[in-house]
Design a protein around this ligand. Structure first.
Ligand code: AHR
Length: 526
């Protein structure tokens, strides 16, 4: 395309993304799927719990299921082309616990995502907690989806999604402060039978810290990285490992992760801070050689050049239902066709204009910022150098300092999450065991994977604690959300929830107010 025409198209798309249409009266701003449609690569799937992805979309975004009576409610937008009506969720889920049971497709193709069924690598998944990821978008309180392991969504019978070497693209807005090396936090095209029949049968954008081809070459920095899951490999380039030393990952709270693949011989991955700036191209070049995973094997029915997509859609899991990935999801789309870079840039400008943001959880000390890392130091005179840590899955306190080993300091470092059962409260996720949280069981504290409430009805509440002012006047105390007379306590160096006097030895009233008071400190491990 001649340079002048190309420049006009770029400026036009950016103007549309930021200011609206070219008609005299100001019309609704073009949203991601309007932009991709204008560029000739329409969305065939559009999923979000936070906002409409078409300017004229005025339908339902997602469905929540509440545990108190087993009923569901659809959550829509506040206005056409607008933000999610999170207040409807708040009122439906008040005084009970909700999961996200369905994410509706806005594209009109009916490509909704339901909780994923069993696959080769695991039993049916669980729904993600509905209120664990409260953020703001466009100044409105909305909810993203926070995935622990064993949570995922899928549609094995889609319409319009690329199959067998057809071109496509996808992006998701995810988070750089909640990711792990488990397989596989993906959004995109996967197998229709939830198995792994061979290379090239998937084409999904992946976000995580697994350097899949580390045996062959580097991944730069610590990630998490935007990668492509093309089946039997998380790719940062055609060689698998990274060929771009300036890409060290995306640690921003909100991250745009993008993948496009022409289905025949070319793919590209891009990333951005989803709140500002433009896209960074991680890789733009040839798809991997067909024998990259099996050098002795020549070309076959399987392989990446061309691709062999099957057209299912997954979110939060691998193609064969591998369930170890954790992550966050706010919005995502899939297109038919290979979009222009100009369209990608306009979409990123529109995402940044949303102004995704997060804020501290209320209560005391009021500075427990979701996503931040903290350590929790005891205040009892015996033990003011002791911190809450996990050890062999148990929760204990032990004397630690900045000169302790990295392992010990990591065991005592917790990522603050909005309460899995109540977003005004908090849950503490282990830094070195992402997806595992402090929870009580028979009043004893453990570090355990969060498995969702279908598998364990108390899993969310047992891992949710409400911060209040420290009972001895120092720091904070953490009240159990489901046993309100009990607070996180150390007793004989072990972690419990305990009341001020009661039937268990650890409810002993002596030094209770000191034992339940904790100083929230900077993380012992960064
Ligand atoms: O490609 C990585 C993973 O490998 C896929 O998501 C999964 O289907 C397989 O186990």
């Amino acid at each position: 395309m001649p340079l002048v025409r190309r420049l006009c198209l770029v400026l036009g798309l950016l103007a549309l993304a930021l200011f609206g249409t070219a008609h005299g009266a100001r019309a609704a701003t073009q949203l991601p799927c309007d932009i991709y449609a204008s560029a000739g690569t329409p969305c065939v799937a559009a999923h979000s719990t936070t906002r409409a992805l078409y300017a004229n979309f005025n339908g339902r975004l997602y469905q929540v299921y509440r545990s108190s009576d087993g009923t569901t409610q659809d959550i829509g937008v506040l206005s056409a082309g607008g933000y999610a009506n999170a207040a409807a969720q708040d009122s439906f889920c008040a005084n009970t616990y909700c999961i996200i049971s369905r994410i509706y497709d806005q594209s009109g193709k009916g490509n909704d995502l339901a909780i994923a069924p069993a696959g080769d690598q695991g039993p049916a998944d669980h729904g993600a907690p509905a209120e664990a990821l409260a953020v703001t978008a466009g100044g409105h309180a909305v909810y993203g989806i926070e995935f622990s392991g064993h949570m995922g969504y899928r549609n094995d019978s889609t319409t319009g999604v690329a199959v067998e070497g057809k071109p496509e693209s996808m992006y998701m807005v995810t988070s750089g402060i909640h990711a792990n090396a488990g397989c596989c936090f993906d959004y995109g095209n996967a197998e229709i039978h939830n198995n792994d029949p061979g290379d090239g049968h998937m084409d999904a954008v992946n976000f995580g810290t697994e350097c899949y081809y580390s045996g062959k070459g580097p991944c730069y920095g610590n990630g998490p990285w935007v990668m492509s899951d093309l089946e039997n490999g998380l790719f940062e380039s055609n060689l698998g490992y990274s060929t771009n030393s300036s890409y060290t990952g995306n640690t921003q709270t909100f991250v745009t992760a993008m993948l496009k693949n022409n289905g025949q011989n070319h793919f590209a991955m891009k990333s951005a801070d989803a709140t500002a700036g433009g896209l960074f191209t991680i890789f733009d070049g040839a798809t991997p050689a067909n024998n990259i995973n099996r050098p002795s094997q020549g070309s076959s029915d399987f392989g990446y050049t061309p691709m062999h997509q099957e057209g299912a859609i997954i979110l939060g899991i691998g193609g064969d239902n591998s369930q170890s990935g954790i992550g966050s999801f706010f919005e995502g789309v899939m297109t038919a066709g290979y979009p222009s870079n100009d369209a990608d840039n306009a979409v990123q400008a529109n995402i940044a204009a949303v102004g995704y943001s997060t804020s501290p959880v209320g209560g005391s000390p009021g500075t427990l910022k979701p996503g931040s890392a903290v350590s929790l130091r005891a205040t009892t005179a015996c033990c003011t150098g002791d911190y809450i840590r996990h050890q062999n899955g148990n929760i204990v306190i032990s004397a630690l300092s900045s000169s302790s080993s990295l392992l010990d300091r990591s065991d005592a470092t917790w990522i603050v999450r909005r309460g899995l059962a109540n977003n005004a409260c908090v849950s503490f996720e282990s830094k070195n065991y992402p997806g595992e949280f402090i929870r009580h069981y028979n009043s004893i504290l453990y570090r355990q994977p969060y498995v969702g409430i279908e598998l364990d009805a108390n899993a969310a509440s047992d891992a949710t604690f409400c911060p209040v002012a420290g009972k001895n006047g120092q720091g904070s105390s953490f009240q159990s959300v489901n046993y309100s007379s009990k607070y996180i306590r150390h007793y004989q160096s072990t972690g419990y929830i305990a009341s001020n006097g009661g039937s268990n030895a650890w409810d002993n009233a002596a030094s209770w107010s000191d034992d339940v008071s904790w100083i929230v400190t900077a993380p012992l491990a960064n």
